[in-house]
Structures are given as structure tokens and as C-alpha cells.
Ligand binder design. Structure first.
Ligand code: KG4
Ligand code: ZN
Length: 330
């Protein structure tokens, strides 16, 4: 089955063609980083205008690279949320129009679940289950018990900032560009992770849950108390200390979640999984097999939407509404 995937939840416009849930025939991604950089974050109005400008060419390119036409497509999968409302509407309406004009079944996909599916589709099936699923993205930080595709039990979430959001905010305070994650990683390489003793938050009575707003404030106070302008070494040391504290918190919570002893593997997804330090730390400290997304499937992309869409039931008619906030496990 050939699935056309469409992704417009935030600041990437992407279309992809995927065969039988795993084989990626094309995955075209048009990033808007250049557009939002000068504002230090995503400006929704600008994001929507860019989605409108590029969605048709991105779609046509995805068919061309896959060497197919719309007549070959058996199903259309679109990210229905979570995301920016205007951005979601553009993807949804584009998907509905294509589906309606050729009578193609339409599927609405949860973007966060698709980040986890990206790890599954990066490795040959069948997946090693049950597993621990870990989503580390700009908007979400979740741990789930995975029994299969679409079968999850939520174990933990963040109670405030998402992990990628914390990276982006810390980077902004350090005067680094948007999105901050890759810049923090680069500076951390030259820094001393033991110079500042940052700690991620603990949530009373919920040992697995995440909290990153406190560490963000610690970064702010540390910067406030240092001579200005910050030296390059100060920036690198703060970046390294921050990154190390956040990733040790992720490691500790994964270790705690694995204590139940019923999981055979760990699947990770989301933009933060691009970070090499995170990968080395988890590979060093964890003994279960770890499955990471391929480099091109870490950030927002339509291949993961098409891949997951293969496993889901089409909606009746074209009744599909955007959902700006969706719980990971419905
Ligand atoms: O998953 P994603 O594309 O977007 C959401 O669905 O939210 O993730 C984007 C996030 C941003 O916060 C970005 O700073 C972070 O992933 N990120 C990183 C790295 N590359 C991207 N964080 C840490 N280290 C990186 N190398
Ligand atoms: Zn995402």
C-alpha cells in the first residue's frame, strides 16, 4: 500500500510517499528556520503563510521523487495535531482536497505518536516489544509503555516545559540562535559540564514525570550573576552543564521506568534525539537494545506520518478536524 503523508504542524512543510508503512520512496521537507530565526522562535502567522506558499510544490516533488502519480496513492495520512491551529488547517485542507478529488481514503495521525513510529520505521520489522517509548521533542517529553503500534500506556510527561523547549529557551538566554538545541550541543563540546551544578526538577509523588522550568530559571540566575558580556568559555560551560543535567535526568527516568523489568527495548523519537551526547550517554549506561530514528526522521517530517498512517483506520468521509492538543494516549 502506498501512503502519501502530509505534515504541517509547526515550522516544517513536508510530504512523503511510504510503501507498506516502512519503505520510504520520498520524504521532502521544506524547513522554515530561516524565516523564524530573527524572531528567536516560530511566528505562527509567518509559518502559515509559508506553508501555503510551499505545500503544493513540496507535494509535487514528493510524487516526482517517488516516481508515482496521485492515481497510485492508496491512502492519504495527514498530521491532525498537536500543533499550531492555522498550520494544521493548511495541511488538513490540502489533504482533504486531494483525497476528495480522487476518492482516496484519508487518515488523521497524531504527530507525537509518529515521532515514536519514526524509530520503528528506521529499523527492520518486526519491532522488539513490549518496549519503552521515549519522545523528546520541541513540544513533548513523554515516556510510554509500548505494546505495539497504537497500543501505549502513558508512564510520564513533562509538567511544564518540553525538553526541546528548555534547550531553545536556555540557548536564547545565552544569545544563541533558534532553534537552540544544536547550538547548545555545539557549545557544550568546548565546555566544562561540572562548572555549574544545574538540576532538572522533581515532581512530588510522580517520580517519572519531568520538569524543566526550574533549570531554565537556574540558567537565568547564573547568567545574571556573571560579568557581562559573557565570555565564550562561560557560554560553553553553561551549555555543557545544562545539557549534562538535562540528559542525566532523562537517563535516570528511563532507568526508573525500566525497573518493572517487562520491556525488551527502548525506542526514541523527536528532534532532541539528534543530539550526539544524548546518544552516547544512553548507549553507555543502558543495557537494553536502543532504537534511534534515522537522521532524516528525527525532526518533523511526513515519512513518519505516512508510515504510521499505514497502520491506522481511515476516517469516515472526510470528517477530520485539527486538534491543537491531543493526549499521547487517547
Ligand atoms: O521534534 P521536533 O522537530 O519538533 C516538535 O515536534 O516539537 O523537535 C524540535 C526540537 C527543538 O526544540 C530543537 O531545539 C531540538 O528539537 N533539537 C535539539 C537538537 N536538534 C534539535 N535539541 C538538542 N540537541 C540537538 N542536537
Ligand atoms: Zn515534532
Amino acid at each position: 500500500m502506498l501512503v502519501l503523508g502530509i505534515e504541517t504542524t509547526c515550522d516544517e512543510t513536508s510530504c512523503a510517499v511510504v510503501k507498506d508503512g516502512y519503505e520510504i520512496l520520498s520524504n521532502v521537507i521544506s524547513s522554515q528556520i530561516d524565516l523564524h530565526k530573527e524572531f528567536g522562535g516560530v511566528v505562527p502567522e509567518l509559518a502559515c503563510r509559508r506553508h501555503i506558499d510551499v505545500i503544493a510544490p513540496v507535494y509535487m516533488e514528493s510524487l516526482k521523487l517517488a516516481n508515482v502519480t496521485l492515481d497510485d496513492i492508496d491512502r492519504i495520512a495527514v498530521a491532525k495535531g498537536p500543533g499550531l491551529i492555522g498550520a494544521l488547517l493548511i495541511g488538513l485542507h490540502f489533504a482533504k482536497s486531494l483525497a476528495w478529488c480522487r476518492n482516496i481514503p484519508l487518515v488523521g495521525v497524531n504527530h507525537i505518536e509518529a515521532h515514536l513510529y519514526a524509530a520503528l520505521m528506521s529499523h527492520s520489522p518486526p519491532p522488539l516489544l513490549p518496549a519503552l517509548g521515549v519522545v523528546l521533542s520541541g513540544g513533548h517529553t513523554s515516556l510510554v509503555h509500548m505494546e505495539g503500534v497504537g497500543k501505549y500506556k502513558l508512564l510520564a510527561e513533562t509538567i511544564d516545559d518540553a525538553i526541546g523547549e528548555a534547550f531553545d529557551k536556555a540557548a536564547k538566554m545565552l544569545g544563541l540562535a533558534y532553534p537552540g538545541g544544536p547550538y547548545i550541543e555545539a557549545k557544550a563540546k568546548q565546555g566544562d559540564p561540572s562548572r555549574f551544578s544545574f538540576k532538572a526538577g522533581k515532581v512530588k509523588g510522580r517520580p517519572l514525570d519531568f520538569s524543566f522550568s526550574g533549570i531554565k530559571t537556574s540558567v537565568l540566575y547564573t547568567i545574571r550573576d556573571l560579568p557581562k558580556p559573557l565570555s565564550e568559555q562561560d557560554i560553553c560551560d553553561i551549555a555543557a552543564s545544562f545539557q549534562e543535567a538535562v540528559f542525566h535526568d532523562v537517563l535516570a527516568k528511563i532507568q526508573l521506568a525500566l525497573k518493572s523489568g517487562d520491556k525488551k527495548a527502548i525506542y526514541l523519537g523527536g528532534g532532541v534525539t539528534q543530539n550526539r551526547r544524548l546518544r552516547t550517554l544512553l548507549e553507555e549506561k543502558l543495557t537494553l537494545p536502543i532504537f534511534w530514528p534515522r537522521a532524516d526522521l528525527c525532526l518533523d517530517n511526513a515519512a513518519m506520518i505516512a508510515g504510521l498512517g499505514f497502520h491506522e483506520k481511515p476516517v469516515l468521509g472526510y470528517a477530520l478536524e485539527p486538534e491543537t492538543r491531543i493526549p499521547f494516549v487517547a
